[in-house]
Design a binder for this molecule. Sequence first.
Ligand code: PMM
Length: 270
Amino acid sequence: MSTLVMGVVNVTPDSFSDGGRWFAPADAVAHGMELLGQGADILDVGGESTRPGAERISEEEELRRVIPVIRELSRSGARISVDTMRASVAARAVEAGASIVNDVSGGLADTDMARVVAAAQVPYVVMHWRGHSQTMQDHASYDDVVADVCRELTERMVDLCAQGVRRDQLILDPGFGFAKLAGHNWSLLAHLDAVQSLGQPVLVGTSRKTFLGGLGVPAGGEARPPAQRDAATAATTVIAGLARVWGVRVHDVSSSVDALRVVEAMGAAR
Ligand code: PMM
C-alpha cells in the first residue's frame, strides 16, 4: 500500500500558507479539481484557519464556506475530508458528501464530535492538539515530545472508543506545528515509527509549516514565506513515504506525488 496524498483546499481568507487565494466557492472548487488532476487521492476542505493566533469563526460562517464546496467536489467523485473541529459541521459535511472527518483537536474542541463520528462511521483523523490557535504555542512544552505526543494520542483513542467510535475508524496525526516548537517537529518527523507503533494509520501534515521556513536561515533571521517551502515539504514527504505512513496533507500536490513516485520506484528496485 502506498502513501496517499491529501490536497489542501482552504476556503479561508486568512489561512496559514494560502489564505484568501480560494475563498470564493467557485475558486475553491476549481482549485480542488486542479489538485485532483495533479494526483491528489483526497481533498481536505476546511473553512476555519488554524494558523497560530487565528480567531475562531462562527458555525454559520464555517458551514457557509465549506458545504457548497464539498457538495460540488464530491459530485465529481472525489474523496473528500472535512477539516473541522465542530461536530455540527462534520455532520453536515458528511451529508454533503465528505467521507472522512479531519479534526485538528482530536475531539477535544467539541464534546459532541465523538457521537457524530461514531454515527457517521467514517474514518476520523485525530490530531495531537493542546488548545486553540490563540494560545496553543503557550503549551509547547514537553518532557519527551515523542513519548508525550504518543501518550496523549493514546488517551484520545481510549476516550473516543469509550464514546462509541470504532478503533478502525481512527487515523492518528502528530500535529506538526500545533503547540510545537521547531525542535519538537523535527523530533516527531524523526520518530514517525513511534506514532505508527500505536497501531493506527498515520497522517503527516508538515506542508509549508514554519519549521521548514526556518531552514537555512541564520538565527534571528526571517523565515522564508510559505510559498517558498514546497521543496522542503516534498523532502518531508519522502521521509513520510519511506516510513510508509497512510497519508500526507499538502498544499502543493504535484511535488509530493513526484516525491512518492521516487520512494516507490526505489522500493521496487530493492
Ligand atoms: N494542519 C493545518 C490544518 N489542518 N489537519 C491535520 N490533520 N494535520 C495538520 O497538520 C493540519 C490540519 C494547518 O495548515 P494550513 O492552515 O496551512 O492548511
